[in-house]
Design a protein. Sequence first.
Lengths: 461, 274
Amino acid sequence: MSVRKTKHEMPEQPPQERIKNFKEVPYGYSKEIAIEEAKRCLQCKNKPCMKGCPVEIDIPGFVACVAQGDFEKAAEIIKAKNNLPAISGRVCPYEEQCEGECTLKKMGEPLGIGRLERFIADYERDHGKKMVKKLHPSGKKIAVVGSGPAGLTCAGDLAKMGHHVVLFEALHDPGGVLMYGIPEFRLPKAIVKSEVEYIKNLGVDIQYDVVVGKTITVDELMSEYDAVFIGTGAGLPSWLNIPGESLDGVYSANEFLTRVNMMKAYKFPDYDTPVKIGKIVATFGAGNVAMDCARTALRLGAEKSYILYRRTEAEMPARIEEIHHAKQEGVIFKLLTNPLRFIGDDKGILKQVEFLHMELGEPDESGRRRPVPIPGSEETMAIDTALIAIGQSPNPLIPHTVKGLKVGKHGNIITDDEGRTSIPGLFAGGDIASGAATVILAMGAGKRAARAIDAYLKEKK
Amino acid sequence: MYEIVEKKILSNNVKLLKIKAPLVANKAQAGQFIILRINEKGERIPLTIADSDKKIGTVSIIFLEVGKTTKQLGQLKVGDTLENFAGPLGQPSEIKKYGTVVCVGGGVGIAPLYPIVRALKQAGNHVISILGAKTKDLLLLEKEIQQFSDEFYIATDDGTKGHKGFVSDVLQQIIDTKKQVHLVMAIGPIIMMKVVSDLTRKYHIKTLVSLNPIMVDGTGMCGGCRVIIDGTTKFACVDGPEFDGHKVDYGNLMLRNRRFVHEEGDACRLAGVQ
């Protein structure tokens, strides 16, 4: 029997249609396609795909169930390890993780593991009853700070172990970057809310409007709870530090995306938070956040949406799928360009960006070829909005307010692999410890920390 | 949900709401602010804390009805609730014994000045307060501030009460007659804080101002509230809201605060709150 060499395509909204709405781009597999795709799995004995999964899902196990049409069992297997599969099934860089290790890759495309995970998570949400298995109460109380992917995972796992978990969120919605950062068309907010419902059904108590470090201090949490986990993410935006960055029209990616995603500025004036972008939008940076910005700008009605990046496409940190989607939708890539300054009018409104053309030189310490300016290649371009998406650093609110907590030079909380900080009983994970990374790595860190917290509580007894 | 337990109308478009928010009240210090959201479709707006009471767990806010959200807020009644009320945010005022302190408040900026005046007085300072408004009816918290002030002055643009003119004229007179002023604390319209800072710079008097730029999250995440202090970008929400008045780029702040003027007007018109 010959195995199909390519993944089954996931149907999606056509580009010209989707840039006019905020609805999700791919529709997901049907039952029939999911079963066919699952049948491609070779069920390798050594399970290479699992080595690539930060949250340790039994991939061949759940895929075998999908192939047999037993979607409920498949969901059970996934949820034994992953509390948020509808999210990771949408935003994971599978190509570098599970699918990157897949044996099928040797003969063509890997198994569509991400697509299958997404299918099962969606199937369960639409059909299945929520399976909530709880151990009997341990009598221990744990505070989790931040309801992003690390905090949600850690809280869910601890609740499954029988602990009482209170999850503190500074903002008014749960999900952290899943809610304020990743756009609706890539991760619908109804899906985030439904995954959060599952965590709540596990017994996790979520408290909003609590800015830990301000409303309550970590020291107070430490004395009130048996252990504390910090998952406050990488919320501090980086700037280009060039002239004109405070002109009206220059936004950090965080401000732009928070206005649009969390505050729903795309529904202004039905929702009260405004955003304005004009006709020509330039996004600086080339990671997933930059793609999100450039694609969001199109949906808000930008006539032209540019990405300006100082290296070439090969060095772009964004997932290939995101770059592909951006190109399909008409985002224009101006590569090998480095901005020098923003130019405004006498009212302080952004009008132009001046940039320099670059060429690639010798490789730098990251192994990527260093961009070098081409002398005399300055150029200006008329723009109405500039979106700065060149990265974020760890949120400084907590690292700076806890005495005795070891903090790295980038403001990250220093932990071991299991999330233990320099203070016994205080754990941390996700972007606050690693610096800006991916949703799934934060989920993995939350999972490992939950195990370490459980071990710590048992030891303490 | 956060309940409104008291409401006062201070002038025709300035109102006080006392909100039940025990966690915020427990930590609130002079100079800090909160972020609130009225309902699910609402925007997040920052308001400086005008007073707080740990024992009963309340926080008071005083606001001028300028946009859709503040106008809606002004229509709420005792017993109504706010969807969100987070804080206390920002750095508190540095309260210590400076010596002679002049506290200058303009318009609705008088409200956040009140807890600072009280704290400075309780820390043993000689407190001179100058309150300013366009006209007598727009003055706020006169009695409250006067009771914690060693000297108390009023200036109105139209001369309906106190000195006819600006708070800076009164400040100039004080500087002219006093031996030494150790600190000036100024909260009010941007132009007032600029004029006060320009004046005190000449006399090398340390001056603090409280800035109120447009914010979204209020926790240092979006950078919408960035201000230029001594040529460097700072976030008013986490680094401020108080800054050295001599180092603030007021022109930039004024421009950035006009970012959504058109949208605000549209929102008000569509909501029928004008």
